[in-house]
Every structure is written in C-alpha cells, then in structure tokens.
Write a protein that binds this ligand. Structure first.
Ligand SMILES: *Cc1c(COP(=O)(O)O)cnc(C)c1O
Length: 400
C-alpha cells in the first residue's frame, strides 16, 4: 500500500480533499474505501520480514504501527487540514496526551490557557507536575498575560479556541509568535472549530489536535482522535511515542471517521446556521442573562473570531438568570434536545458543565475559567432549527 493519492490531493480544494483524500483502491476497484480489520501482515520470506523491520522496505508490519484504513483516514484529514502529516489515535484525549507528553521531559515548562476541556486541564494541571514539569495557566484572551508567561523559555504552549464551554476565543497568531520567541511548540485543540472553520497551522501553530469523536464522526458512533503537524514532528517525535505506547485507533473506527469526513462540510454548515439562529433567539429571551456564541456581536472576541474563523461553530453557552435551579428546570423540560455531555453530534445535546464535564474541578477553578452554576452548554445539531427554537421556547416560558 503506497500513498499515491495523497500527493495529487494537494491540488484539490478542501471539499474535494474531504471526499477523496487518501483514497487508495485495492485490486477489487471498490467505490467506497476498504476496511482492513487486521492486526498483522504476512511476509513472503524471512528476508522480507527482516527488511520490513529494518526499514529498507516500506510496508505494513503491525496495526499498532500502521494499517491501510487508518492510513486513509490520516491522509484524508491531513489533506483537508493542509498539514504535512497526521497520526490517528483511539480518542481525542489520547491525541491531546500524546501531542503534549511526547515532546516533554523533567524540568520543562508548559504554558496553557485556563479554560480547557476537563481532561485537558487534568493532564496539564495534575499529570505533568508529577514528572517535574512546570505548568502556568493564563487567561486565554489576555495577550499581556501570555507575554508575561512566555517571557521565560517554554517547551509547549497548549490552547483551546473556541474554549469548552466558555467559547472564549484566543488569538492563535499572536500567541504563536510569543510562544516561538520563547522556544515553544504551539499545540491547538481545534475541536470546537473543526477543520472546516479554522486552520491553526496557517495561523502559526505547530500542532493541531482533534477529538474525531465530535464533528468528524458527528453521528455519535465511535471515539477517535488525531494529531496533525509537519512531517518531522509526526515522524520523529510523536511517531515513536505512539508506536511504543499504543493508543491506536481501531481500523473500524478509522473507517467510520473517514466516511464522516465526506459529509463534514455539509454538516458543519447546517450546525452553524442552526446555532446562530438559536443564539439570536436565546439572546432575545428575558430568562437568559447571557449567551456566549462567537457569532453574536455581544461576544467579547467577536472581531477576533471573524478574523481567524470562517464560521462561528455549532456550540454555544447560555447563563440563566435563575442560576442552577433554572438550569435544571430547563434541562428537565426539554422535549427534543437531549441531556448529554457529548458534542458535535447530529442530535442537539445540552449539558450543565458545572456538574458534568467540569464537575471534578474545584469551584474556584471553574469560576476562574468563566463557568458559572447557571451555565448550560448547547451543542446544536442538524434538526430543523425551528423545532429546536420551539423546544427551547417552551422550556424557557415562565422560568424563574
Ligand atoms: C471531547 C473533547 C476532547 C476529548 O476527546 P475524546 O474523544 O472524548 O477523548 C478534547 N478536547 C475537547 C475540546 C473536547 O471537546
């Protein structure tokens, strides 16, 4: 199995790359990509086995290292992102963990934005210090704080924009410039934006990570993750870490995810249209204290979002005047929108971050991140936007 199509795919526009990138048909000339559910590969001779292990022969050896279906997913996502290389992982957290830890050693320093997905926060705040790695958190939108934090030599900068669940926007270009001056590699968690709405590598970042569980699958079926970067990082730094620690994506999940990429653009377009409609509706309601959505003029970093994103995304947060009791009443009254902590799904899903995704954080950490007890995070799905608005309207009516 070569990668014949990945070079020609660079000429195509992103929508074409999302459908055809990495396509490498077998001798059966199938239309849809083949699914290789195999853990191993056989050799024609002992010498061929030896050549495969010493690297003189570039071929499949073991599916923890490489698998044709996983390779198709990796090549397709790399083509879509405009990255030189991609490595898939078993989940988004495996991608975040590997992308950060593979390049660190005791004594290094990491600077990260404060508002992070709960498990990303755990890796940086709890795990890294156990291995003698210093970590510093800054308020993502505050460029002066980044400048202070990055006045010292730093190994890795990690940030999430838009952030989960506060929808804070961070200036990727400005932070990347500061980070590079401090000697750091910039890792961006691009889950909320998806490859369709934001290209961190073009804005100066070095590494992009995805939970493919979210919009890339987008239909609530399987877990997956990906790390994208230049060839040197993927091959020489991340590659050995993944190969030897083994957070490998299942070929079946890779197949589901690569088919998901084919419809990502269409789905994200509908997600965004529905989300903007709902954000505007919620902003008009007296029961709602605040709506956080990058597409609203009231969002504190609306202008920055307009500069670095090509759409506003599918996720919004709202704060209810009645605090946690009102938030719970709203959740329990909803008839169409499901209570669930997943996001980027075809189905609209809503969660109360204080008691679910961010439950294990200390109250003061949640407040410092901008999460309040009355906040809900809504992942807007692909249903008819009018049905979603009606469901929210009946749940809000008469809310204390
Ligand atoms: C969900 C999510 C992750 C983790 O992805 P999994 O596939 O659940 O492991 C990381 N970052 C962000 C922003 C997420 O939303």
């Amino acid at each position: 199995m070569g990668n014949a199509d990945s070079s020609s795919s660079k000429q195509w526009r992103p929508r074409t790359r999302a459908v055809r990138g990495g396509l490498n048909r077998t001798g059966f000339s199938e239309t849809s990509e083949a699914l290789f559910l195999t853990s191993g590969y056989v050799y024609g001779s002992a010498a061929e086995a030896e050549a495969s292990f010493d690297g003189t022969l570039d071929r499949m050896v073991y599916s923890r290292f490489k698998n044709p279906t996983i390779a198709t997913f990796e090549q397709r996502l790399a083509a879509l992102e405009g990255a030189e290389a991609c490595r898939a992982t078993a989940s988004g957290m495996a991608a975040v963990h590997a992308a950060i830890v593979c390049q660190l050693k005791a004594g290094d320093r990491v600077v990260a934005s404060r508002a992070l997905f709960g498990s990303c926060q755990w890796i940086i705040n709890e795990l890294l210090p156990r291995f003698g790695i210093e970590r510093v958190f800054v308020d993502g939108p505050d460029l002066d704080a980044w400048a202070v934090a990055l006045a010292k030599p730093t190994a890795v900068v990690f940030l999430e924009t838009p952030a989960n669940p506060t929808l804070e926007i961070i200036d990727i270009r400005a932070v990347s410039d500061l980070a590079h001056a401090a000697g750091a590699k910039v890792v961006v968690d691009n889950v909320f934006a998806t490859p369709m709405l934001q290209s961190p590598l073009k804005l100066g970042a070095d590494i992009v990570v995805y939970s493919a569980t979210k919009h890339i699958d987008g239909q609530g079926r399987c877990l997956g993750g990906a790390v994208l970067s230049d060839q040197a990082f993927c091959q020489d730094v991340l590659g050995p870490y993944l190969r030897n620690t083994g957070p490998t994506l299942s070929p079946f999940n890779a197949w589901v995810l690569l088919k998901g990429l084919e419809t990502l653009d269409l789905r994200v377009e509908r997600h965004c249209a529905n989300a903007l409609k709902i954000a505007r509706f919620l902003e008009s309601r007296p029961e709602v204290a605040r709506v956080l959505y990058p597409g609203l003029e009231s969002h504190p970093q609306h202008a920055l979002a307009a500069r670095q994103m090509t759409g506003w995304g599918s996720i919004l947060a709202l704060e209810l005047k009645g605090g946690k009791p009102a938030a719970y009443t709203l959740l329990d009254r909803l008839g169409l929108i499901d209570i669930s902590n997943n996001l980027g799904d075809a189905k609209s899903l809503i969660t109360h971050p204080w008691t679910t995704t961010h439950q294990r954080l200390a109250a003061e950490d949640k407040l410092a991140m901008g999460i309040s007890e009355g906040m809900l995070r809504l992942s807007v799905g692909l249903e008819d936007g009018d049905d979603l608005v009606e469901d929210l309207a009946q749940a809000l009516d008469g809310l204390g």
